[in-house]
Design a protein around this ligand. Structure first.
Ligand code: 4AD
Ligand code: MG
Length: 453
C-alpha cells in the first residue's frame, strides 16, 4: 500500500475524504476517556485531531493520552470537513507517533506568565497562537511595503550598516571598532538614499537600523527595521502623498489577507477600515493649538476638582518637540493617521529643508501619527538642497564636516529638490495588531535591557 501524502495544515481543504500524514508538535490535548482530542501545530496552522478507541491501535490510543505538550509528533488520519462550518477540518486518526518527546515539562504551559518570563523564553513563545499571528501580520506588512515600492517604479538600493557618521543626532549612536577606526551602526539609510535618488530617481532601502537611546518606552527598540524611500524632484506635498499611499496599501493588504490573525489578536478592525485617503494634514502650529485646547480643558476640569497640579498645566511652548503624550492628544482628534508638518527646524535633524517663507525657522518635514494613541510611525520630509545652508547646519549641529564631504557632493553636482521618509516596521505592526508594546512585534527584540535570547 502506498504511504499517505505528507501535507501541511494549510492544505487540508484539498484533501477532504483522503488519508494524509501531518508532522508537527503537540499544541494541546484533552480527553473524554473514550476519545482523545489532539491539536497538532505545524507552523502553518493548527489541526484538530480525534483519536477514537476503535479507530487506532491500543498502543497508539495510549500514546495519544500521554504525549507531553510540544513533543514532535507525526499523525496519519482521514480529513473530514465540519458538516456545518465550511473551512473547518478535523482529522480522524488512524495512527500517531512521537518523533521526539520533550526533555521535561514545557516551560510555557497554559498558566499565566509575566512578560519578562515570556521574553526570556522568546524562542519558545514564538510558537504560541498570538505570537504566530503577530509575525504573520508583520510578514504581510513587509510584503505590502515591498510591492508598494516595487510596483511604483522604485529601485531597491541597500544602505550599509557600518557608517562613519551620524544621521539622526550623535546621542543615539552605537559605536563599534572598525579595524582600529570608530564606526557606528546605522541609525538610518537616508543619506545613502539621497545619493541613490540622484542615481535612480526613486530608490528605497529596507533594513535593520540601530538607536542607542536610553529609552524604556513601549515605542523604542535598540534595533528596528525601517523602510526608507527617497525620490528626486519630489517636494513635501509629494512626500505626504507617498506616505499616505503606503499606509493605505499596508492596511488594505492586512485586512484582506490576515483576517484570521486579526481575529486571534482580537483587533477591532472597524478602526482599521477607516484608514483610507485622505489623511488630515495639519501644520505644527495647528497641532500646538490642539494641545493648548486640551490643556485649557484640563485646567478647567482641574478647577472644578480643585486639583492644583492640573490647574498648573501650562500652555505648550511653541518650538518644542512633541512627546508621546502630546502625540496621543493630537492623534486622538482623528480616526485615521494624521500628518503633522512644518515642525520648528531646531527640534529636527540637520538635513531638513528650511521653509524659506517662514522666518521663525521651520522645516519642510512631516511626522505621521497613527490613530488610537500609537503616535509617530513615519518621519520624513524634504531635504536641504542648498549647499551653503547645509554647510551651516552641519556646523551648527557640530557634526564632523569631513565625514559629510561625500554627502555635500550631492549638492555640488546637480543639486535637486528631493524628499523621503522612514517608516518603522515595528511601530506599524504594533498599531495594526493593536499591541501595547513594540517588543512583541519583532521576532527577537533588542532593547535597553534585553540582548537575549
Ligand atoms: O523619525 P526618524 O528618526 O527618521 C529617520 O530616521 C529619517 N532619517 C527617515 C527618513 O527620512 N528616511 O525614524 C523614522 C521612523 C519613526 O517614525 C519610527 O517609526 C521609527 O523610525 N523609529 C523607531 N522604531 C522603534 N524604535 C526606535 N527607537 C525608533 N526610532 C525611530
Ligand atoms: Mg522622528
Amino acid at each position: 500500500m502506498q504511504a499517505p501524502p505528507v501535507v501541511s495544515t494549510a492544505d487540508l481543504k484539498s484533501h477532504v475524504g483522503q488519508r494524509i500524514t501531518l508532522r508537527g508538535w503537540l499544541y494541546a490535548r484533552r480527553s473524554s476517556g473514550k476519545i482523545h482530542f489532539i491539536e497538532l501545530r505545524d507552523g502553518f496552522g493548527i489541526a484538530s485531531c480525534v483519536a477514537g478507541k476503535k479507530d487506532i491501535s491500543p498502543e497508539d490510543f495510549e500514546t495519544a493520552d500521554k504525549i507531553a505538550q510540544e513533543s514532535a509528533i507525526e499523525i496519519t488520519g482521514d480529513v473530514k470537513e465540519h458538516p456545518k462550518k465550511p473551512g473547518v477540518f478535523e482529522i480522524v486518526l488512524a495512527s500517531i507517533k512521537v518523533l521526539a518527546p520533550t526533555a521535561g515539562e514545557y516551560p510555557i504551559s497554559p498558566k499565566e506568565h509575566g512578560t519578562d518570563f515570556l521574553m526570556d523564553h522568546r524562542h519558545l513563545w514564538l510558537r504560541s497562537k498570538r505570537q504566530h499571528a503577530i509575525m504573520r501580520v508583520r510578514h504581510t506588512i513587509i510584503q505590502a511595503i515591498r510591492s508598494y515600492f516595487d510596483d511604483g517604479g522604485f529601485t531597491l538600493v541597500d544602505a550599509p550598516i557600518f557608517t562613519p557618521n551620524a544621521c539622526e543626532g550623535t546621542s543615539t549612536l552605537f559605536e563599534t571598532d572598525y579595524h582600529g577606526d570608530k564606526a557606528y551602526l546605522t541609525q538610518s539609510g537616508q543619506l545613502y538614499m539621497e545619493a541613490a535618488a540622484a542615481a535612480f530617481g526613486k530608490a528605497y532601502c529596507f533594513g535593520p537600523t540601530f538607536r542607542a537611546e536610553k529609552s524604556k518606552t513601549r515605542r523604542h527598540l535598540a534595533e528596528f527595521w525601517m523602510v526608507e524611500p527617497e525620490v528626486a524632484f519630489m517636494d513635501l506635498d509629494g512626500d505626504m502623498d507617498l506616505a499616505e499611499g503606503l499606509l493605505c496599501t499596508i492596511v488594505e493588504r492586512v485586512l484582506s489577507q490576515r483576517g484570521e490573525e486579526l481575529k486571534v489578536l482580537e483587533r477591532d478592525t472597524s478602526k482599521l477600515e477607516n484608514v483610507k485617503k485622505a489623511f488630515p494634514r495639519i501644520h505644527y502650529d495647528e497641532a500646538v493649538k490642539i494641545l493648548n485646547e486640551h490643556r485649557a480643558q484640563k485646567r478647567e476640569e482641574g478647577k472644578t476638582k480643585n486639583d492644583a497640579e492640573l490647574a498648573a498645566t501650562p500652555d505648550f511652548p511653541w518650538g518644542e518637540d512633541f512627546g508621546a503624550e502630546d502625540e496621543t492628544v493630537i492623534s486622538s482628534r482623528f480616526d485615521k493617521p494624521v500628518m503633522v508638518h512644518h515642525y520648528p527646524a531646531a527640534v529636527k535633524a540637520f538635513y531638513m529643508k528650511r521653509d524659506p517663507s517662514d522666518p521663525r525657522g521651520v522645516a519642510c518635514c512631516v511626522d505621521v501619527l497613527a490613530p488610537e494613541g500609537y503616535g509617530e510611525v513615519i518621519g520624513g520630509g524634504q531635504r536641504e538642497d542648498d549647499l551653503n545652508i547645509l554647510l551651516a547646519a552641519i556646523e551648527h549641529h557640530k557634526l564632523p564636516m569631513s565625514a559629510f564631504e561625500w554627502y555635500l557632493d550631492l549638492r555640488r553636482y546637480g543639486t535637486f529638490t528631493h524628499a523621503g521618509f522612514g517608516l518603522g516596521v515595528e511601530r506599524a505592526v504594533a498599531w495594526i495588531c493593536g499591541l501595547p508594546h513594540v517588543r512583541e512585534t519583532i521576532p527577537f527584540a533588542r532593547m535597553m535591557n534585553r540582548l537575549s535570547p
